[in-house]
Design a protein. Structure first.
Length: 492
């Protein structure tokens, strides 16, 4: 049934185009039903599919002359990320409830993107995975350039160019693997069994890993992320940070690391070094920003650095933390962008932290202040939230492999607390310099916004308090035969 997450999303995208443009309310309600249906199918899949083995869902010939198949399958890693996509899709619709202009087209593109994301996480034919990967990239451009705000044309084009540039590297690497393996199949499981030479793996791994990692915000290829997040409308920025960046990290783990373990051994130290630069640089850049949305944009670069660091550890605890961090960051970053973009910017039309002071947002929008306080605590990695156990696992794994780099990554966490507290103070709790009569009245937080916030807060708290909900999916999948080449690449 989990394949229906793809089918219903793409069918919903097509169906929304037939909703009259003059009926935005109908488009919103239809979108919410589609998103909820996708989440239900994701939850059913999580409960029915064994986490520790790869379970085929669909495996049929597509282009048999080239060995291309429509092969959908799932294991625990796929299930975690499909669940994340379902949660993010529902929350994104709720925080896009204010879309009035061309709402049917907005949600059609939204679900085309969501369908592509579901498809990437469930595809085990590499050609099919690449098709879904591109399908997820294309709608992003139009969502930003049509409904975006600050420098939207620049942000959309930069995101598209970086994305397609990374995709080109991935495609070259995949075609090379296909040809060297005999040009008979694109099936991931079959290709993982092929004995590629160490020299070939070293080059092919670099192409595929970097190509995917561009979308994961790997420094120095991260610059698309802050500008893209800032330019995007709230629902799209939630998806960019929440699930689209995870496509890159997932591809790096599922494809590059699985196919080319010798290349992974050759480049793991360099990957860890770049990941730590991303952690520290992203945190320092966030600390220096005046634009509230740029603070969250750079924080995403920093937090995704923990994912990449965890992948480089080649330790079970580090890899487990990396996958858990994908889920955790997807939920927390989505919530932070929702507060900044929808609850604040759409009401005051300002994002400059200094200019937000007179609004006394903790009094004008107490729900937004409380939500950001909790989301900020989760982002800082406080115990009880999902970020704590995820980053702790990454750091424990990294300490065993790269102790010096781990200390630097820990410094990034300290800076992360600083930029979060600074933004919280300046935006919500600055001293009251204006009387109540001078303070403009702001529209109250709507019911859809409250429901969206509670959905994401529930997710991060549930995983933070009961991490085995997801660890019982992640750890058996990491120990499966498909991941064995990865384990052989490091000291376990």
């Amino acid at each position: 049934m989990i394949a229906w997450t793809i089918y219903i999303s793409l069918a919903g995208a097509a169906g929304l185009l037939f909703v009259p443009a003059a009926k935005p309310c109908l488009a919103r309600r239809t979108a919410l039903l589609v998103a909820l249906a996708g989440l239900v199918f994701a939850i059913v899949g999580v409960t029915m599919i064994p986490a520790g083995q790869l379970t085929d869902i669909v495996n049929a010939p597509w282009v048999p002359q080239l060995g291309i198949r429509f092969h959908l399958a799932a294991d625990g890693i796929s299930l975690v990320l499909v669940l994340l996509t379902g949660i993010a899709a529902v929350a994104g619709v709720l925080f896009s409830w204010n879309i009035e202009e061309r709402a049917n087209e907005f949600f059609a593109l939204y679900f085309a993107l969501i369908g592509g994301v579901y498809g990437v996480f469930l595809s085990f034919d590499l050609f099919l995975l690449f098709v879904f990967y591109e399908l997820a990239i294309i709608p992003k451009y139009f969502l930003i350039v049509i409904w975006g705000s600050t420098r939207r044309e620049y942000g959309a084009m930069k995101l598209a160019l970086y994305s397609f540039g990374g995709s080109a590297l991935v495609l070259i690497g995949l075609i090379a693997a296909y040809v060297v393996a005999g040009a008979k199949t694109f099936d991931l499981v079959e290709l993982a069994r092929h004995p590629f030479s160490p020299g070939f793996q070293t080059g092919a791994f670099l192409l595929v890993f970097v190509g995917f990692a561009v979308l994961a915000g790997l420094w120095p290829f991260h610059t698309w992320a802050p500008t893209g997040h800032v330019a995007a409308p709230t629902g799209a920025s939630m998806l960019l940070a929440g699930v689209v960046m995870k496509l890159g990290a997932y591809g790096a783990l599922r494809v590059a690391m699985t196919l080319f373990p010798a290349g992974l051994r050759a480049w793991r130290t360099e990957i860890a070094f770049l990941a730590v630069i991303g952690i520290v640089y992203g945190a320092l850049a966030a600390l220096a920003q005046r634009d509230f949305k740029f603070v969250i944009g750079y924080s995403s670069v920093s937090h995704m650095g923990f994912v990449l660091l965890g992948l480089a550890t080649l330790r079970q605890i580090g890899l487990s933390g990396a996958v858990l961090q994908m889920f955790s960051h997807g939920v927390i970053a989505g919530l932070l962008f929702a507060v900044v973009g929808r609850m604040i910017y759409d009401r005051v039309h300002l994002r400059d932290l200094e200019r937000l002071r007179p609004f006394q947002l903790n009094k004008a929008l107490p729900f937004a202040a409380a939500t950001f306080l909790l989301a900020g605590a989760a982002s800082m990695g406080l115990p009880g939230f999902s970020g704590f156990i995820a980053e702790l696992q990454v750091l424990l794994g990294a300490w065993q492999s790269f102790p010096t780099l781990t200390i630097l990554a820990g410094a990034g966490i300290v800076v992360g607390a600083a930029y979060t507290l600074r933004a919280l103070d300046k935006a919500f709790y600055a001293p009251d310099t204006a009387g109540p009569a001078e303070r403009p009245a702001l529209p109250p937080i709507s019911l859809p916004e409250r429901l969206g916030a509670l959905t994401l807060l529930t997710a991060t708290l549930a995983v933070g308090l009961f991490p085995n909900i997801l660890l019982n999916l992640i750890q058996p999948a990491l120990a499966s035969p498909l991941m064995r080449p990865v384990w052989e690449g490091g000291a376990m």
